[in-house]
Design a protein around this ligand. Structure first.
Ligand SMILES: [Zn+2]
Length: 442
């Protein structure tokens, strides 16, 4: 079965980034069968189903390198008492209660809703970090089922932490890693770890060993707040990145999330170990933890990707947030114009390739057919030379009309075809107040 998406402006991205006006993309099974002009692709695929993309821009599907689907039901919840005044209080009063209050059905709904939002925003691959200490066993299977139903790709892990019980989550993580193995291109597995300050040497070393043996990476929050760095210095006499490297958590399969409070020597070790970093600007601003030294990391050659940390599933908005944040933080209007799109478009693709073993992030013949098709009629000429200007100031606010992943159309004419949003959100509104009530008792 071949589908021809034709007459759109096709932006291929990848090393050559071609912009094809009145272009066409043939989707043949799960792969891209051809990219070019409509006439030649119609000749190549005479039986193809035609989808008209006039007035639209066709891009590779977006990738989110760090998400927390489980955070969904915290939306609109009020927390009694004084507002949390720092990062550790935010965890203690909010997130470490939300995750404990989740039951099986909450986990499924909490995944389905952001998955719908991913489809709506053209996000076709996500690296998620899950926690549900009150319903741990089998939780990753529930998430996998939701992801398969939604039709996008996800790398899943369970957040191991010693905060509730020593080594909590190891068994669920290890079970899922063994079950998933190298993955099937749609689902991948990682070893999830909360953060240095909630993990003993023993737990960290054990988890890093399980990950190493299975050939997967560790997915861990690193120096998100100054408290994580201070804890590592005080208890272990070494900064966070050095501690994690010593215990085996670094490496090219691993993801160090945030890295806000890292020094020069730690950045050098991140580069030397080829560990990828994921920047989450909206989350960092929301939690008031500081600004990741993004430009310094990139200058040293670190692979830095972009995530939402559970805040949202709209990657273009996250990209613009990174762009604005680093201009302001550096008080320099010359920076971040290239870097912020680079995180989203090139670096997230590189990170996703490490996770899924697939050439994601580029529309090219033979590559996986993951597409985001947006309503956008450029008001000025759009070429490969000025694409970034259109991305940051135009496409960022464009509405996604059609989303395709693994060759399957998941949304068309802005209609989600894979999950029943009305039913799912209605059920979630029923269960959320019950979850909030359980949470108040914790
Ligand atoms: Zn996170």
């Amino acid at each position: 079965m071949t589908t021809l998406f034709e007459h759109g402006i096709v932006v291929t991205l990848g090393s050559e980034n071609k912009v094809l006006w009145d272009g066409a993309v043939a989707v043949d099974g799960e792969r891209i069968g051809g990219v070019g002009d409509p006439l030649s692709l119609r000749t190549k695929f005479p039986q193809a189903k035609i989808i008209d993309c006039s007035g639209k821009v066709v891009l590779p599907g977006f990738i989110c390198a760090h998400h927390h689907f489980y955070s969904t039901m915290a939306r609109g919840m009020s927390i009694p008492g004084q507002p949390a005044s720092n990062f550790v209080e935010i965890l203690e009063r909010l997130w470490w209660k939300v995750d404990r209050a989740l039951l099986d059905e909450d986990i499924t709904l909490s995944a389905q809703i952001p998955l719908i939002e991913c489809v709506r925003n053209g996000t076709t691959a996500v690296i998620d970090h899950h926690a549900s200490p009150g319903a741990r066993e089998g939780s990753l299977d529930l998430m996998e089922a939701a992801v398969r139903q939604a039709g996008i790709r996800a790398s899943l892990c369970y957040e191991v932490s010693d905060r509730n019980v020593v080594g909590g989550g190891i068994a669920e993580n290890e079970r899922f890693i063994r079950k998933t193995g190298k993955g099937d291109g749609q689902i991948a597995a990682m070893m999830g770890l909360h953060a240095s300050f909630t993990l003993s040497d023993q737990t960290l070393e054990k988890c890093a060993g399980i990950a190493r043996d299975a050939g997967v990476g560790c997915h861990i929050h690193v120096a998100e707040d100054a408290a994580d760095r201070e804890d590592s210095l005080k208890k272990h006499g070494t900064p966070t990145v050095m501690r994690l490297e010593k215990l085996g958590a670094s490496g090219s399969q691993s993801l160090f999330i945030h890295c806000v409070h890292v020094d020069d020597a730690e950045m050098d070790r991140i580069v030397a170990t080829d560990t990828a970093v994921v920047h989450n600007p909206e989350s960092n601003m929301n939690n008031a933890v500081g600004v990741t030294p993004l430009l310094a990391l990139l200058k040293k050659g670190a692979l830095v990707g972009l995530g939402t940390d559970g805040m949202a599933s709209d990657m273009l908005a996250q990209m613009r947030c990174a762009y604005l944040l680093h201009r302001l933080a550096n008080r320099d209007p010359r920076v971040a114009f290239v870097e912020a799109p680079q995180l989203l478009l090139q670096n997230n693709a590189a990170i996703a390739r490490r996770q899924f073993g697939l050439p994601l992030g580029e529309i090219a013949e033979g590559n996986p057919a993951d597409l985001a098709i947006l309503d956008y009629r450029p008001p000025t000429p759009l070429t490969s030379d000025n694409f970034l200007g259109h991305l940051i100031f135009g496409l960022v606010d464009a509405v996604v009309d059609t989303t395709v992943c693994r060759g399957r159309v998941l949304m068309k004419d802005k209609q989600i075809l894979v999950l029943d949003e009305e039913r799912i959100t209605a059920r979630s509104r029923e269960l959320a107040p019950k979850m909030w009530k359980r949470l108040q008792a914790l």
